[in-house]
Design a protein around this ligand. Structure first.
Ligand code: SF4
Length: 365
């Protein structure tokens, strides 16, 4: 298959791994931020062909996993409002809030629907004018432009029954928090290609310099990741801390200017709480005043004071790369994709889910 097979070619993989072995002198900890990349690493067993001196850490780039309990509880509250249809992506429905999930609220009478894009929610708003359609919007810079576009579209269409519960978050502030932390050990970073397709990579340049950590923008196929790891190791061995772009076929330094424009026409940057990590300054997107007639948090009454829950899930440590899923006592025992205790096992981009699905690794406990 053109444009895929060439990035999965086993001979090329071996050549890249040999190049890594030839330059490798020291032990390095390299974090891939994106959950999609974690899945590729596990699916193609890349850790098994890499030299032992390289340890891969899995970062917080799973949109479902980082959405705070508060937002899930707000979505659940909204789903019980009169005449509301609460819409979101499938994985989001299964993640537990303080007491239960959106899927459970659906089972006890709330009107909750799975959608595949905000366009589906807009269509529902058009088709059901007597209902209030709320789109629970989650995710990073990759999905935020589509949410922004749906808000502008709803305004153009004159829809009065379309609302957004906006839980979008931004990646660079989260990377900074991890690099500042005493608990994490990160020598180099593999940055998510799709986030940079939208945002470009200028924002990463001061971060790489400040924390003396090379950052390599990387794609999602196995040989993309091996090449991204090679480029990171090369910088580390040479004592360089630059931002480099492995994913040139999709990413430009300035990103996608029209996607960024639409995003910042509709949203403004705010502080945001991340599940398992806590508040991160300037890491969230909020709907601007100009569009607040579509902001579900403004339009509907909500109880916003919700305590963090006590759980056996160590998702916070997993999302920060401090522990791996196999270090969790519940992994593959009490916690499975059928009976998940936490978001990283629910989500198709979660690292616990990746380890469970492609588990060539032994359980540590
Ligand atoms: S295995 Fe389950 S309980 Fe353990 S960290 Fe992952 S999601 Fe949480």
């Amino acid at each position: 298959m053109k444009f895929i097979d060439e990035y999965r070619n086993a001979d090329d993989s071996k050549r890249i791994v040999d190049k890594i072995k030839n330059i490798l002198r020291h032990n390095w900890y390299i974090m891939e931020i994106c959950g999609g990349q974690t899945h590729t690493i596990l699916k193609y067993r890349l850790e098994e062909i890499l030299p032992e001196k390289i340890t891969l850490l899995h970062g917080p780039g799973c949109p479902v996993c980082v959405t705070s309990v508060e937002f899930i509880d707000k979505a659940i509250q909204l789903s019980f409002h009169k005449d509301v249809i609460l819409t979101s992506y499938g994985d989001m429905l299964r993640v537990p809030g303080t007491k239960y999930s959106l899927l459970y609220s659906k089972s006890i009478g709330a009107n909750v629907k799975t959608i595949y894009s905000p366009i589906d929610a807009l269509k529902l708003a058009k088709d059901y004018p007597d209902k209030k359609i709320i789109f629970f919007a989650i995710g990073f810079e990759t999905t935020a432009p589509a949410t922004a576009s749906s808000i502008i579209q709803a305004r153009k269409m004159g829809l009065k029954n379309f609302f957004v519960l906006c839980a979008h978050v931004l990646v660079p502030p989260a990377i900074e928090i991890l690099l500042k932390s005493q608990l994490t050990k990160i020598d180099g970073i593999i940055a998510a290609g799709h986030v940079c397709t939208v945002m470009g990579f200028k924002e990463y340049i001061p971060i790489a310099k400040k924390y003396k950590v090379p950052i390599v923008v990387t794609g999602f196929e196995p040989n993309d990741l091996l090449l991204g790891i090679f480029m990171t190791v090369k910088q580390l061995e040479e004592g360089r801390y630059d931002v480099e772009n492995q994913y040139k076929r999709a990413v430009r330094e300035e990103g996608n200017m029209s996607a960024k424009k639409i995003m910042f026409d509709v949203f403004e940057v705010v502080d945001r709480k991340w599940r398992g990590i806590g508040f991160i300054n300037n890491s969230g997107l909020k709907i601007k005043k100009e569009f607040e007639d579509m902001d579900a948090e403004k339009v509907f009454s909500l109880n916003t004071q919700i305590d963090e829950i006590d759980t056996e899930c160590i998702a916070g440590l997993i999302l920060q790369g401090i522990k791996k899923p196999v270090d969790c006592l519940n992994f593959a025992r009490k916690c499975t994709p059928e009976n998940p205790l936490g978001a990283p096992m629910v989500s198709s981009e979660g690292s616990c889910n990746a380890y469970y699905k492609f588990g060539s690794v032994k359980i540590n406990n």
